[in-house]
Design a protein around this ligand. Sequence first.
Ligand SMILES: Nc1ncnc2c1ncn2[C@@H]1O[C@H](COP(=O)(O)OP(=O)(O)OP(=O)(O)O)[C@@H](O)[C@H]1O
Length: 371
Amino acid sequence: MGQRVNKVDTAVTSTGHRAAVGDPVLEIRNLSVDYGYDDSAVHALRDVSLTLGVGEVLGLAGESGCGKSTLAYAATRLLPPPGVITGGDVIFHSSRDDRRLDLFAMSDDQLRASRWDDMAIVFQGAMNSLNPVYRVGKQLIDVMTAHRPDRSRGQHRARAKELLEMVGISPDRINSYPHQLSGGMRQRVMIAMALALEPQVVIMDEPTTALDVVMQRQIVEQLVKLRNELGFSVIFITHDVSLLIELADRIAIMYAGQIIEDATADDLYRRPRHPYTYGLLNSFPPLHGPRRELSGIPGSPPDLTALPAGCPFHPRCPHAFDPCDGKRPELQGTGREGEGHRQVACFLHDGYEVAVPGHLAIAPKPREKSS
Ligand SMILES: Nc1ncnc2c1ncn2[C@@H]1O[C@H](COP(=O)(O)OP(=O)(O)OP(=O)(O)O)[C@@H](O)[C@H]1O
Protein backbone atom coordinates (compact mmCIF):
# COMPACT_ATOMS: atom_id res chain seq x y z
CA MET A 1 0.00 0.00 0.00
CA GLY A 2 2.57 2.59 1.10
CA GLN A 3 5.69 3.58 -0.71
CA ARG A 4 8.77 1.77 0.50
CA VAL A 5 12.17 3.28 1.13
CA ASN A 6 14.17 1.99 -1.78
CA LYS A 7 15.59 5.07 -3.42
CA VAL A 8 17.99 6.14 -0.75
CA ASP A 9 20.85 4.57 0.99
CA THR A 10 19.50 4.59 4.52
CA ALA A 11 22.39 3.05 6.38
CA VAL A 12 21.27 2.28 9.91
CA THR A 13 23.76 3.11 12.65
CA SER A 14 24.41 1.09 15.78
CA THR A 15 21.71 3.03 17.60
CA GLY A 16 19.16 2.37 14.90
CA HIS A 17 19.25 5.87 13.44
CA ARG A 18 19.59 6.32 9.73
CA ALA A 19 22.86 7.95 8.86
CA ALA A 20 22.42 9.16 5.32
CA VAL A 21 20.56 12.29 4.30
CA GLY A 22 19.37 10.99 0.97
CA ASP A 23 17.86 12.97 -1.88
CA PRO A 24 16.05 16.03 -0.59
CA VAL A 25 12.27 15.89 -0.40
CA LEU A 26 11.88 19.34 1.16
CA GLU A 27 14.26 22.26 0.95
CA ILE A 28 13.71 25.33 3.08
CA ARG A 29 16.05 28.06 1.88
CA ASN A 30 16.82 31.33 3.67
CA LEU A 31 13.34 31.54 5.13
CA SER A 32 12.62 34.71 7.12
CA VAL A 33 9.40 35.57 8.92
CA ASP A 34 8.32 38.65 10.87
CA TYR A 35 5.21 39.18 12.95
CA GLY A 36 4.15 42.76 12.33
CA TYR A 37 6.04 45.56 10.64
CA ASP A 38 8.63 48.25 11.20
CA ASP A 39 10.32 48.75 14.57
CA SER A 40 7.85 46.60 16.45
CA ALA A 41 8.29 43.59 14.12
CA VAL A 42 9.09 40.31 15.86
CA HIS A 43 11.84 38.67 13.81
CA ALA A 44 10.60 35.14 14.38
CA LEU A 45 12.71 33.45 11.68
CA ARG A 46 15.95 34.73 10.24
CA ASP A 47 17.48 33.13 7.19
CA VAL A 48 16.58 29.58 8.10
CA SER A 49 17.80 26.89 5.71
CA LEU A 50 16.99 23.25 6.29
CA THR A 51 16.86 20.21 4.05
CA LEU A 52 14.79 17.13 4.76
CA GLY A 53 15.99 13.93 3.09
CA VAL A 54 13.74 11.23 1.63
CA GLY A 55 12.72 8.86 4.43
CA GLU A 56 14.45 10.93 7.09
CA VAL A 57 13.14 11.91 10.54
CA LEU A 58 14.43 15.42 11.19
CA GLY A 59 13.95 16.73 14.71
CA LEU A 60 13.61 20.43 15.37
CA ALA A 61 14.23 21.51 18.95
CA GLY A 62 14.66 24.69 20.94
CA GLU A 63 13.14 26.62 23.83
CA SER A 64 9.64 27.98 23.65
CA GLY A 65 9.41 31.00 21.37
CA CYS A 66 12.47 30.18 19.25
CA GLY A 67 10.38 29.90 16.08
CA LYS A 68 9.69 26.17 15.63
CA SER A 69 5.96 26.49 14.97
CA THR A 70 6.51 29.56 12.82
CA LEU A 71 8.83 27.47 10.66
CA ALA A 72 6.19 24.73 10.29
CA TYR A 73 3.43 27.23 9.43
CA ALA A 74 5.55 29.28 7.04
CA ALA A 75 7.03 26.27 5.24
CA THR A 76 3.53 24.96 4.53
CA ARG A 77 2.10 28.40 3.68
CA LEU A 78 -0.28 28.25 6.60
CA LEU A 79 1.21 31.22 8.44
CA PRO A 80 -1.63 33.29 9.91
CA PRO A 81 -1.49 37.11 10.06
CA PRO A 82 0.26 39.12 11.41
CA GLY A 83 2.96 36.68 10.23
CA VAL A 84 4.72 37.85 7.06
CA ILE A 85 7.19 35.82 5.03
CA THR A 86 9.91 38.36 4.28
CA GLY A 87 12.23 36.11 2.29
CA GLY A 88 13.17 32.62 1.21
CA ASP A 89 11.88 29.64 -0.74
CA VAL A 90 10.42 26.27 0.05
CA ILE A 91 10.84 23.57 -2.58
CA PHE A 92 9.16 20.18 -2.47
CA HIS A 93 10.68 17.41 -4.60
CA SER A 94 8.35 14.51 -5.23
CA SER A 95 10.34 11.32 -5.39
CA ARG A 96 7.31 9.48 -6.77
CA ASP A 97 6.85 11.38 -9.99
CA ASP A 98 9.74 13.83 -10.23
CA ARG A 99 7.55 16.90 -9.59
CA ARG A 100 9.29 19.95 -8.21
CA LEU A 101 6.97 22.35 -6.43
CA ASP A 102 7.90 25.88 -5.44
CA LEU A 103 5.48 26.30 -2.54
CA PHE A 104 5.57 30.07 -2.50
CA ALA A 105 4.74 30.24 -6.23
CA MET A 106 1.79 27.85 -6.12
CA SER A 107 -1.83 28.94 -6.55
CA ASP A 108 -4.30 28.29 -3.73
CA ASP A 109 -5.86 25.45 -5.74
CA GLN A 110 -2.49 23.82 -6.32
CA LEU A 111 -1.72 24.15 -2.62
CA ARG A 112 -5.04 22.59 -1.61
CA ALA A 113 -4.39 19.64 -3.91
CA SER A 114 -0.89 19.19 -2.56
CA ARG A 115 -1.80 19.36 1.14
CA TRP A 116 -2.41 15.94 2.72
CA ASP A 117 -1.31 14.32 -0.58
CA ASP A 118 2.31 15.51 -0.68
CA MET A 119 2.70 17.00 2.78
CA ALA A 120 0.57 16.54 5.86
CA ILE A 121 0.76 18.50 9.06
CA VAL A 122 -0.17 17.57 12.62
CA PHE A 123 -0.25 20.80 14.57
CA GLN A 124 0.10 21.45 18.29
CA GLY A 125 -3.02 20.34 20.14
CA ALA A 126 -4.25 18.55 17.02
CA MET A 127 -5.96 15.88 19.08
CA ASN A 128 -8.39 18.53 20.23
CA SER A 129 -9.12 19.57 16.68
CA LEU A 130 -11.19 16.45 15.88
CA ASN A 131 -14.81 17.48 15.44
CA PRO A 132 -16.61 16.28 18.60
CA VAL A 133 -19.92 15.68 16.84
CA TYR A 134 -18.65 13.29 14.17
CA ARG A 135 -17.40 9.73 14.54
CA VAL A 136 -13.65 9.42 13.92
CA GLY A 137 -14.25 7.10 10.96
CA LYS A 138 -16.33 9.73 9.20
CA GLN A 139 -13.62 12.32 9.75
CA LEU A 140 -10.99 10.03 8.22
CA ILE A 141 -13.28 9.16 5.32
CA ASP A 142 -14.08 12.84 4.63
CA VAL A 143 -10.39 13.71 4.18
CA MET A 144 -9.94 10.79 1.77
CA THR A 145 -13.15 11.54 -0.17
CA ALA A 146 -12.08 15.16 -0.72
CA HIS A 147 -8.81 14.07 -2.30
CA ARG A 148 -9.81 10.75 -3.89
CA PRO A 149 -13.39 11.30 -5.09
CA ASP A 150 -12.99 8.48 -7.62
CA ARG A 151 -12.92 5.86 -4.87
CA SER A 152 -16.08 4.45 -3.32
CA ARG A 153 -17.17 5.08 0.26
CA GLY A 154 -16.64 1.36 0.93
CA GLN A 155 -13.03 1.64 -0.20
CA HIS A 156 -12.49 4.70 1.99
CA ARG A 157 -14.09 2.93 4.96
CA ALA A 158 -11.83 -0.10 4.49
CA ARG A 159 -8.82 2.22 4.28
CA ALA A 160 -9.95 4.09 7.42
CA LYS A 161 -10.01 0.80 9.34
CA GLU A 162 -6.60 -0.11 7.98
CA LEU A 163 -5.25 3.30 9.06
CA LEU A 164 -6.61 2.91 12.58
CA GLU A 165 -5.00 -0.49 12.83
CA MET A 166 -1.72 0.95 11.53
CA VAL A 167 -1.59 3.45 14.40
CA GLY A 168 -2.48 0.83 17.01
CA ILE A 169 -6.22 1.43 17.39
CA SER A 170 -8.70 -1.40 16.98
CA PRO A 171 -10.55 -0.93 13.66
CA ASP A 172 -13.93 -1.30 15.39
CA ARG A 173 -13.23 2.09 16.98
CA ILE A 174 -14.13 3.55 13.60
CA ASN A 175 -17.59 4.29 15.01
CA SER A 176 -16.33 6.02 18.15
CA TYR A 177 -16.77 9.71 18.84
CA PRO A 178 -13.61 11.60 19.84
CA HIS A 179 -14.75 11.92 23.48
CA GLN A 180 -14.90 8.12 23.71
CA LEU A 181 -11.16 7.92 23.00
CA SER A 182 -8.25 8.73 25.33
CA GLY A 183 -5.94 11.66 24.52
CA GLY A 184 -3.33 9.25 23.20
CA MET A 185 -5.86 7.54 20.95
CA ARG A 186 -7.11 10.86 19.60
CA GLN A 187 -3.55 11.83 18.80
CA ARG A 188 -3.10 8.50 17.00
CA VAL A 189 -6.23 9.24 14.97
CA MET A 190 -4.66 12.54 13.92
CA ILE A 191 -1.52 10.68 12.86
CA ALA A 192 -3.70 8.21 10.93
CA MET A 193 -5.38 11.17 9.24
CA ALA A 194 -2.03 12.67 8.33
CA LEU A 195 -0.99 9.36 6.75
CA ALA A 196 -4.32 8.72 5.01
CA LEU A 197 -3.19 9.85 1.56
CA GLU A 198 0.32 8.50 1.89
CA PRO A 199 2.10 11.85 1.94
CA GLN A 200 5.82 12.01 1.38
CA VAL A 201 6.36 14.53 4.17
CA VAL A 202 4.67 14.68 7.57
CA ILE A 203 5.31 17.71 9.79
CA MET A 204 4.47 17.17 13.45
CA ASP A 205 4.46 20.10 15.84
CA GLU A 206 4.72 18.91 19.46
CA PRO A 207 2.43 15.94 18.73
CA THR A 208 3.00 14.22 22.05
CA THR A 209 3.51 17.12 24.46
CA ALA A 210 0.09 16.87 26.09
CA LEU A 211 0.49 13.14 26.73
CA ASP A 212 2.09 11.29 29.61
CA VAL A 213 5.59 9.92 29.13
CA VAL A 214 4.51 6.31 28.56
CA MET A 215 2.02 7.34 25.90
CA GLN A 216 4.57 9.69 24.33
CA ARG A 217 6.99 6.84 24.04
CA GLN A 218 4.46 4.46 22.51
CA ILE A 219 3.45 7.00 19.91
CA VAL A 220 7.02 7.83 19.01
CA GLU A 221 7.86 4.12 18.64
CA GLN A 222 4.81 3.66 16.44
CA LEU A 223 5.84 6.59 14.30
CA VAL A 224 9.33 5.20 13.75
CA LYS A 225 7.82 1.81 12.83
CA LEU A 226 5.47 3.42 10.33
CA ARG A 227 8.24 5.50 8.83
CA ASN A 228 10.33 2.34 8.39
CA GLU A 229 7.41 0.57 6.71
CA LEU A 230 6.08 3.40 4.58
CA GLY A 231 9.15 5.51 3.94
CA PHE A 232 7.69 8.98 4.48
CA SER A 233 9.86 11.79 5.83
CA VAL A 234 9.13 13.56 9.08
CA ILE A 235 9.89 16.94 10.61
CA PHE A 236 9.23 16.39 14.31
CA ILE A 237 9.08 19.56 16.40
CA THR A 238 9.51 19.50 20.15
CA HIS A 239 11.19 21.38 22.96
CA ASP A 240 12.27 18.00 24.41
CA VAL A 241 15.60 17.18 22.84
CA SER A 242 15.86 13.87 24.74
CA LEU A 243 12.85 12.61 22.85
CA LEU A 244 14.50 13.53 19.58
CA ILE A 245 17.68 11.67 20.47
CA GLU A 246 15.50 8.53 20.54
CA LEU A 247 13.46 9.33 17.48
CA ALA A 248 15.30 11.43 14.96
CA ASP A 249 17.95 10.65 12.39
CA ARG A 250 19.07 14.25 12.39
CA ILE A 251 18.41 17.15 14.74
CA ALA A 252 18.39 20.87 14.05
CA ILE A 253 18.56 23.14 17.09
CA MET A 254 16.91 26.54 16.90
CA TYR A 255 17.62 29.62 18.95
CA ALA A 256 16.06 33.06 18.53
CA GLY A 257 14.72 32.33 15.06
CA GLN A 258 17.87 30.71 13.68
CA ILE A 259 19.26 27.22 13.28
CA ILE A 260 22.39 27.16 15.42
CA GLU A 261 23.36 23.49 15.06
CA ASP A 262 22.36 20.74 12.65
CA ALA A 263 23.84 17.26 13.06
CA THR A 264 22.94 13.58 13.09
CA ALA A 265 21.19 12.60 16.31
CA ASP A 266 24.19 10.49 17.33
CA ASP A 267 26.67 13.32 16.78
CA LEU A 268 24.51 15.85 18.53
CA TYR A 269 24.06 13.60 21.53
CA ARG A 270 27.68 12.54 21.83
CA ARG A 271 29.41 15.72 20.78
CA PRO A 272 27.23 18.80 21.02
CA ARG A 273 29.25 21.65 19.54
CA HIS A 274 27.14 24.70 20.26
CA PRO A 275 27.03 25.78 23.92
CA TYR A 276 23.27 26.22 23.56
CA THR A 277 22.88 22.62 22.36
CA TYR A 278 24.93 21.55 25.35
CA GLY A 279 22.65 23.50 27.67
CA LEU A 280 19.54 22.12 26.04
CA LEU A 281 20.77 18.53 26.33
CA ASN A 282 21.45 19.22 29.95
CA SER A 283 17.94 20.55 30.56
CA PHE A 284 16.06 17.31 29.96
CA PRO A 285 16.45 13.95 31.69
CA PRO A 286 17.73 11.32 29.27
CA LEU A 287 15.18 8.62 28.45
CA HIS A 288 17.92 6.02 28.84
CA GLY A 289 21.12 5.78 30.84
CA PRO A 290 22.14 7.00 34.27
CA ARG A 291 20.35 9.81 36.03
CA ARG A 292 22.22 13.04 36.14
CA GLU A 293 21.76 16.46 37.58
CA LEU A 294 20.04 18.86 35.23
CA SER A 295 21.43 22.35 35.13
CA GLY A 296 19.30 24.05 32.48
CA ILE A 297 20.35 27.25 30.76
CA PRO A 298 20.59 30.40 32.88
CA GLY A 299 18.83 33.50 31.59
CA SER A 300 16.14 33.66 28.98
CA PRO A 301 15.95 33.98 25.19
CA PRO A 302 16.32 37.49 23.74
CA ASP A 303 13.51 39.84 22.79
CA LEU A 304 12.96 39.11 19.10
CA THR A 305 12.10 42.73 18.38
CA ALA A 306 15.52 43.88 19.61
CA LEU A 307 18.08 41.16 19.16
CA PRO A 308 21.54 41.64 20.63
CA ALA A 309 24.36 42.34 18.18
CA GLY A 310 26.49 39.36 17.23
CA CYS A 311 25.53 35.86 18.29
CA PRO A 312 22.02 35.95 19.78
CA PHE A 313 23.11 33.46 22.47
CA HIS A 314 26.19 35.39 23.64
CA PRO A 315 24.52 37.13 26.65
CA ARG A 316 23.76 33.67 28.10
CA CYS A 317 26.83 31.86 26.85
CA PRO A 318 29.43 30.82 29.45
CA HIS A 319 32.06 30.64 26.70
CA ALA A 320 31.46 33.96 24.95
CA PHE A 321 34.66 35.66 23.83
CA ASP A 322 35.77 38.54 21.61
CA PRO A 323 33.90 38.14 18.36
CA CYS A 324 30.63 36.92 19.88
CA ASP A 325 29.06 40.27 20.72
CA GLY A 326 30.05 41.93 17.45
CA LYS A 327 29.59 39.46 14.63
CA ARG A 328 26.83 36.99 13.89
CA PRO A 329 28.31 33.50 13.40
CA GLU A 330 27.13 31.74 10.25
CA LEU A 331 25.80 28.21 10.21
CA GLN A 332 28.58 26.29 8.55
CA GLY A 333 30.32 22.92 8.35
CA THR A 334 32.93 22.16 10.98
CA GLY A 335 35.40 20.93 8.40
CA ARG A 336 36.21 18.00 10.64
CA GLU A 337 36.79 14.52 9.36
CA GLY A 338 33.74 12.31 9.85
CA GLU A 339 31.50 15.36 10.37
CA GLY A 340 30.57 15.86 6.77
CA HIS A 341 27.06 16.82 7.57
CA ARG A 342 27.32 18.72 10.84
CA GLN A 343 26.80 22.46 10.77
CA VAL A 344 27.16 24.86 13.66
CA ALA A 345 26.85 28.63 14.10
CA CYS A 346 29.45 29.33 16.77
CA PHE A 347 32.88 30.95 16.74
CA LEU A 348 34.07 28.32 19.19
CA HIS A 349 33.29 25.27 17.16
CA ASP A 350 36.63 25.06 15.51
CA GLY A 351 38.76 22.79 17.63
CA TYR A 352 36.32 22.93 20.50
CA GLU A 353 34.23 20.24 22.07
CA VAL A 354 31.90 20.43 25.00
CA ALA A 355 30.80 17.48 27.07
CA VAL A 356 27.42 16.90 28.55
CA PRO A 357 27.69 15.17 31.92
CA GLY A 358 25.85 11.88 31.64
CA HIS A 359 25.87 12.05 27.87
CA LEU A 360 29.47 11.46 26.99
CA ALA A 361 32.82 11.98 28.56
CA ILE A 362 34.76 14.13 26.17
CA ALA A 363 37.04 16.44 28.08
CA PRO A 364 35.87 20.00 27.49
CA LYS A 365 38.45 22.29 26.02
CA PRO A 366 37.09 25.75 26.73
CA ARG A 367 38.98 28.66 25.34
CA GLU A 368 39.94 31.51 27.57
CA LYS A 369 38.10 34.75 27.02
CA SER A 370 40.63 37.07 25.48
CA SER A 371 41.27 40.10 27.59
N1 LIG B 1 0.68 36.07 16.23
C1 LIG B 1 1.84 36.50 16.68
N2 LIG B 1 2.09 37.81 16.87
C2 LIG B 1 3.27 38.25 17.32
N3 LIG B 1 4.30 37.45 17.63
C3 LIG B 1 4.12 36.14 17.48
C4 LIG B 1 2.90 35.57 17.00
N4 LIG B 1 3.01 34.23 16.96
C5 LIG B 1 4.27 33.96 17.39
N5 LIG B 1 4.93 35.10 17.70
C6 LIG B 1 6.29 35.23 18.23
O1 LIG B 1 7.17 34.57 17.34
C7 LIG B 1 8.19 33.89 18.06
C8 LIG B 1 8.23 32.45 17.63
O2 LIG B 1 7.04 31.80 18.07
P1 LIG B 1 6.76 30.26 17.77
O3 LIG B 1 5.40 29.96 18.27
O4 LIG B 1 7.07 29.98 16.35
O5 LIG B 1 7.86 29.57 18.70
P2 LIG B 1 7.97 28.04 19.16
O6 LIG B 1 9.41 27.73 19.20
O7 LIG B 1 7.12 27.19 18.30
O8 LIG B 1 7.38 28.11 20.62
P3 LIG B 1 6.54 26.99 21.42
O9 LIG B 1 7.50 25.87 21.68
O10 LIG B 1 6.14 27.72 22.67
O11 LIG B 1 5.40 26.61 20.55
C9 LIG B 1 7.86 34.09 19.54
O12 LIG B 1 8.66 35.12 20.05
C10 LIG B 1 6.43 34.50 19.55
O13 LIG B 1 6.15 35.34 20.64
